[in-house]
Ligand binder design. Structure first.
Ligand code: UDP
Length: 328
């Protein structure tokens, strides 16, 4: 059998695409997922082990069974708004869950981990392009939970020899162009899938969360990266650790920001449809602008986010939206 990699959250949006990329690169992706927000149908590229991050016994059994060479850790709650309403849920699931996972990995002798972090750990930095050395001052409990896990990885590195590649994602969008997996959140809170729902009448309109920000058109600015490019970086991260290199943090974004209104306008043009919009109030916890300084991933990992044009991301998301689905 090819080298097993334990993929927590492998039934989710990004995790399922990562499993596809791992299988293509010759690994065996072993999905570990409690299916709280993921989909059994999305596990298509390797074995499935149902389990919760907080269940140490189950984790120990899965590590013993598969003896993975590394962990890719995606499993997390990831909604900014929900994290502001219920921070305890985020600290318990994300932070306590990751602690349980990391302790199980160390006990099993698995010392390489690729971790899914976020630009939300930076918070607002007054229009500065965010590189990996920027201060991390999260505005919401989601970002705070991810920052805490980053700290945990550093501590376990110093004490137990755990090595990490931390990826701080900007806004992930798009879908597998072959349509095997795609984005399906329940409930959905992300801009592009909600907008596609509005375009094809599954919802009345897209609400723009805030039009009075200090940006050229008053709406928030984000840096969007194609999910297939993002997961390619994760495979490079596994190889980085395989080659024995030191722990490292990489931003994953393109360095180009789009306002909400720009995403709406481009999506209307790309799908050739009207996008019904309503202007609403700001969403708590939203940063004004999050744009990546992402040279490091290019220079050191050799990462090239070639699919991350708005055109390709919206086209691939639209194709999935129209034809792809999970039943369970
Ligand atoms: N957004 C919006 N309407 C929506 C969902 C999102 O205006 O229905 C905005 C949101 O305020 C943010 C941007 O779109 O400025 C991206 O939000 P998303 O939830 O997709 O990702 P986040 O940046 O929170 O990770």
């Amino acid at each position: 059998m090819s080298t097993p990699i334990l993929v927590t959250g492998g039934a989710g949006y990004i995790g399922s695409h990562a499993c596809k990329a791992l299988a293509r690169a010759g690994y065996t992706p072993v999905t570990y997922d409690n299916l709280a927000t993921g989909w059994r149908d999305a596990v298509k590229f390797g074995p499935f082990e149902k389990g919760d991050l907080l269940d140490r016994d189950r984790l120990d059994a899965v590590f013993a069974k598969w003896q993975p060479a590394a962990v890719m850790h995606f499993a997390a709650l990831s909604q900014v708004g929900e994290s502001m309403a219920d921070p305890g849920k985020y600290w318990r699931n994300n932070v306590c869950g990751s602690l349980t996972l990391i302790e199980a990995a160390v006990a099993a002798g698995c010392r390489d981990i690729v971790f899914s972090s976020t630009c939300a750990t930076y918070g607002d930095q007054d229009g500065v392009v965010l590189d990996e050395n920027c201060a991390q001052e999260p505005l919401n409990a989601y970002g705070a939970s991810k920052r805490a896990i980053e700290d945990m990885l550093v501590n376990f590195g110093a004490s137990h020899g755990l090595r990490h590649v931390i990826f701080r994602y900007f806004n992930v969008a798009g879908a597998d162009p072959e349509g095997e997996v795609g984005e399906h959140h329940q409930p959905e809170t992300h801009l592009i899938p909600l907008m596609l729902d509005a375009i094809d009448g599954k919802r009345d309109a897209l609400t723009i969360h805030g039009t009075d920000y200090d940006t050229p058109d008053g709406t928030c600015i984000r840096d969007y990266v194609h999910v297939m490019d993002l997961v390619d970086a994760h495979v490079l991260g596994v190889k980085w650790l395989e080659e024995g290199k030191d722990s490292r943090v990489f931003n994953l974004g393109t360095g180009t920001g789009f306002s909400v209104r720009e995403v709406v306008a481009q999506s209307g043009r790309i799908t050739n449809k009207d996008v019904p919009v309503i202007e609403g109030p700001r969403r708590p916890g939203d940063a004004v602008a999050l744009v990546s300084g992402s040279r490091r991933a290019g220079e050191e990992l050799g990462w090239r986010p070639d699919r991350s044009t708005m055109e390709t991301m919206v086209r691939d998301a639209w194709r999935w939206h129209q034809s792809g689905h999970y039943d369970g």
